[in-house]
Design a protein. Structure first.
Lengths: 415, 564
């Protein structure tokens, strides 16, 4: 074992042994370190308003409307053009958000704590499918739903979670993988498991029967309910593995709709970026690849932590998104073993004889074998406000792993 | 004017992913402009309206109904498309499943941990690194690739030898292991003849001839084109010889190669002499020192080698050497010294010894070598420089006895070789002088803590005046080892030399026989046709989809090598 292998072993052990638990919900401004009134968090590596893609712009407008900082879209755009509100990556604030990933000060966020190492991670609430802020929609129905989520559902969930033990998200994921989820595109089982945890606590704490029914219906009807807490869980696992001297493991993969960026454990806060590619997948009726926005979202934190596309073999039901067969799902996971440092001890795949999921992307292996990580993703329309138009697979651009390798060589005086 | 047709299937739930897949199949049909296959939920029906796929039929759908809508150029096309939906679904599910091919040796071994061999046929520039990796993983390696630098080969074989692993190659064309051919090989009968060769085509020809003669092959081990190069030192050949010597399924060994480096030929023939099985040697173009030396049979063509091996395989006990008498040599003992009275006998024995033990100095050639110091040495005491002013040693043994005792005192000497020629006109009773001298020489060596062997070649007829049997008996009583032919004397002397400290290479750990016994379990990296032929022969094999590291980028792969 070389020194690099040792460092990677250390990092991946931390990632695997991290035990994220959902401990509560709170307003972003209360919970997220460094959050402020005039700050919006977004998915992916840093980006300016000028370079932001349609869905991100739409989500930013919606968030400004939600916060009452703008009264209409035009005013919101002017605010951003004048630089009165800052944009910073969720990842710079221990947070992650799906698709546009926009989090504003008043939004309720899930608080996830890694019991093993003590670090926390945050993510917003999931709005469901259709016209939603994370795909850049900001129509009045979107705003109304967000307000309800922040003012009624969020506080009720916070109260309910306060009434019992935290929800062990690592255990939830382990179980969901045995129920046909891969943890990124398919969270049907995980969401029901989460509902199963919340429902009795909600029943105990929520006195308003109408509100209770709406919350249960809303969470139960949304197969992506658990995506956001799962992403925060993955973030807390990846962060536990970050900052290990000499490690070549990837600790963040994220897209802002324009650029795809990665971070490497042993390379500090640097992002290695290149333009996002278009996902390959299947489109809803009436849409095609021409309508698609380049890849967007922090949800690639799931693949970073060893699930999502890496656990495809656990979720044969979703492979047809890329005109595949269950055999392809199997092969996808096998391929990811090529570029990872370990097999997960808690996340296992029944169809592979309970082999652990491939965990801990090693930039050396990616560059050597020219195999980039496989990512399951939703596809956003390129224009703000239209929403999801399909789903499929995407890979990060290979060049960012090569750049990271060169930066590593310079930082550690290799060669 | 495009036509939109819809079909409803009540209560026919299907996963949305499968539906999207079907939808795409419909969209790909000629003449179809757009299509939708979805469950009739309100949200989906709204989608249909927005996409211009709305029909009266679709309007009747409920959430648990399957809705299929086709927009086509003509009604005929639309109807035909709708009628194909079940066929499309069936075709999708019966599509052949591809098999995953690992991209590296490491991941191949994770799914195929029972593998014990790697067959490597990648471009030469990458072969050494890959071989190093395979050896580190504990695999025996069949290395077909050529253009591997000699320095890499030397280093890799040092590594494989030290770990008891077999590195067949580089530039190894053929092996047959446990009945399975690797690289280029012929489907020959299995049998008791074990082949070792530095030449792939040589092995192929030999195995085919053996098959045609009705016999068969236990193992054929290719050693690689340069294994018998001086720098490489025949590492693989020597390992393979020991492997087959111990292999209960191998009765006869055949060694075939281009002529090896001279010193190496000595090592190999000497090693062959230590094997308790017949060994047929065909060093193409190398003059055989004798048709046969004990268990070693020299052939000068492949066909002769094949015939000889087949004959011997039918009669295994023939030509197996007697076991050596017990006796441990002291560490510094390694040299052979010959003190001859008969120049012709010495001349005949000299090339045999050289074939068996390598360099031997002598005064028999036009430019005599040094007759003092370390080294194997044959001295003809009948030559002019020794007979000036004294009788020929066939009559006067004073000089020989003095020499014998001198050599016995040399701590480096392990074996002394003498000849005794009887007959009319010769010394009347040479054993009467020589036997006590032998006894004294052995005694002096013993007192100095050494075991000294004395081999005596006795040439004589039963009726000779000295009485051949009496002479032999007397010498044997003095514990001399008596032989009646130059070849037998040379072989025995050489075997004693081999048993002394002369061959440190023998410290190589032996190769474990087990993986060679049945059909081998192989990871194939490189030529796919090799993999297919392995599978076809019933071997357990896995194909690695190998590609040059970093896509062949020199700068990145150099970095990666430093970051292992």
């Amino acid at each position: 074992m070389s020194r690099i292998d040792d460092a990677n072993r250390d990092a991946v052990d931390r990632m695997i042994e991290a035990r994220p638990r959902l401990v509560g919900l709170d307003a972003a401004i209360q919970a997220i370190p460094g959050m402020r009134e005039n700050l919006l968090l977004h998915a992916g590596p840093p980006i300016t308003w000028q370079n932001a893609s349609g869905p991100l712009r739409g989500a930013v407008i919606g968030a400004l409307l939600l916060e009452g900082l703008a009264s209409d879209a035009r005013q919101a755009e002017e605010i951003m053009l004048r630089g009165e509100v800052d944009l910073e990556p969720c990842h710079h604030h221990q947070s992650v958000g799906p698709m546009a990933g926009v989090i504003s000060a008043s939004m309720m966020v899930y608080v996830v704590e890694n019991q093993t190492h003590g670090n926390r991670a945050f993510s917003n609430l999931n709005e469901g499918y259709g016209k939603v802020l994370r795909y850049g929609a900001y129509s009045s129905e979107v705003m109304e739903r967000l307000r309800w989520m922040n003012q009624e559902m969020g506080p009720s969930l916070a109260e309910a979670l306060g009434a019992g033990d935290p929800l062990d998200l690592r255990a939830l994921l382990a179980e969901a993988l045995h129920m046909g989820d891969e943890g990124h595109n398919r969270l049907k089982a995980g969401s029901l498991l989460m509902l199963r945890h919340l429902a009795p606590r909600l029943a105990k704490t929520c006195q308003d029967a109408v509100r209770l029914e709406r919350i249960l219906e809303f969470i139960g009807a949304n197969p992506l309910s658990s995506l956001n807490p799962v992403m925060a869980a993955c973030k807390s696992m990846a962060d536990a593995a970050h900052g290990i001297e000499e490690s070549t493991l990837v600790t963040a993969m994220a897209r802002n709709g324009t650029q795809f960026g990665i971070r490497v454990s042993g390379l500090g806060d640097a992002w290695f970026e290149a333009p996002c590619e278009l996902p390959k997948g299947l489109y809803f009726p009436g849409f095609s690849a021409q309508d698609a926005n380049p890849d967007i979202g922090d949800s690639t934190i799931t693949e970073t932590a060893g699930i999502g596309g890496f656990a495809m073999a656990a979720a044969p039901a979703i492979v047809t998104f890329v005109s595949g067969t269950p055999r392809d799902a199997h092969d996808t996971t096998l391929e990811m073993y090529e570029i990872t440092a370990a097999e997960h001890r808690h996340f296992t795949i029944p169809a592979l004889d309970f082999r652990g999921t491939p965990t801990g992307i090693d930039i050396r292996q990616v560059v050597e074998k020219q195999i980039t990580p496989r990512i399951n993703t939703g596809i956003a329309h390129r224009e703000a406000g239209i929403g999801q138009i399909g789903a499929g697979l995407v890979r990060p651009p290979a060049v960012i792993f090569e750049e990271a390798l060169l930066a590593y060589a310079e930082r550690y005086d290799v060669g | 004017m495009p036509v939109v047709l819809a079909e409803l299937r009540r209560g026919a739930y299907a996963d949305s992913a499968i539906l999207m897949q079907l939808q795409r199949s419909l969209q790909e049909l000629p003449g179809v402009r757009d299509a939708a296959v979805l469950m009739g939920t309100p949200a989906n029906l709204e989608l249909l309206q927005q996409a211009g796929l709305w029909t009266a039929e679709a309007a009747k759908a409920r959430a648990d109904d399957l809705v299929i809508v086709v927009q086509a150029e003509t009604e005929t096309v639309a109807r035909s498309a709708l009628s194909q939906i079940d066929e499309l679904r069936r075709r999708r599910s019966s599509r052949e499943a591809g098999h995953y091919r690992p991209r590296s040796l490491e991941t191949a071994l994770r799914t195929f941990p029972e593998a014990r061999f790697a067959s490597i046929s990648v471009p030469g520039a990458y072969a050494a690194d890959l071989t190093r990796e395979a050896l580190a993983a504990g695999l025996h390696v069949f290395l077909y690739s050529d253009n591997v630098p000699l320095s890499d080969e030397v280093e890799l074989k040092k590594l494989s030898a030290s770990r008891g692993q077999l590195l067949m190659g580089p530039d190894c064309g053929t092996s047959i292991l446990g009945g399975v051919g690797l690289g280029f090989a012929n489907r020959v009968r299995r049998g008791s003849i074990g082949l070792i060769g530095a030449s792939g085509t040589g092995l192929q020809a030999l195995s085919c001839m053996i098959d045609a003669l009705g016999a068969g092959v236990s193992q054929a081990i290719g050693s690689g084109g340069r294994d018998l190069h001086e720098a490489v030192g025949g590492v693989t050949t020597r390992q393979a010889m020991r492997l087959l010597a111990e292999d209960p399924d191998t009765g006869v060994l055949v060694l075939v190669s281009k002529p090896p480096a001279r010193r190496l030929a000595g090592h190999l023939i000497g090693l062959a002499a230590s094997i308790a099985k017949p060994v047929v040697i065909d060093f193409l173009g190398f003059p055989p020192p004798a048709p046969r030396l004990g268990n070693i049979h020299f052939a000068s063509t492949l066909e002769e080698a094949a015939r000889r091996a087949v004959e011997l395989s039918g009669n295994r006990d023939e030509g197996i050497n007697d076991p050596l008498p017990p006796g441990q040599f002291a560490p510094p003992q390694r040299w052979l010294r010959g003190l001859f009275a008969g120049g012709t006998l010495a001349l005949e024995i000299l090339p045999m010894l050289r074939a068996l033990i390598g360099e031997v100095d002598s005064n028999l050639e036009a430019e005599p070598s040094s007759l003092t110091g370390d080294g194997h040495r044959i001295v003809d005491l009948g030559s002019d420089e020794f007979t000036a002013g004294r009788l020929h040693p066939m009559l006067d043994q004073t000089l020989r006895i003095r020499g014998l005792l001198q050599e016995a005192d040399d701590p480096g000497v392990a074996v002394i070789l003498l000849d005794v020629v009887l007959g009319d006109g010769a010394h009347p009773d040479p054993a009467a002088e020589l036997a006590p001298a032998v006894a004294r020489a052995k005694q002096r060596a013993r007192e100095a803590g050494r075991n000294l062997e004395v081999v005596v070649l006795v040439i004589g007829a039963k009726q000779d005046p000295q009485g051949r049997d009496r002479q032999v008996a007397r010498l044997e009583k003095a514990e001399a080892r008596v032989e009646a032919s130059p070849a037998a004397a040379a072989l025995l002397a050489a075997r004693f030399v081999k048993a002394s400290g002369e061959t440190p290479q023998q410290e190589m750990p032996p190769v474990d026989r087990t993986p060679f016994q049945g059909p081998p379990a192989i990871v194939n990296l490189g030529l796919e046709s090799f993999y297919e032929s392995l599978i076809d022969q019933g071997a357990a094999a896995i194909q690695v989809d190998w590609r040059p590291p970093a896509g062949g980028d020199q700068r990145l792969s150099a970095l990666l090598r430093k970051m292992k």
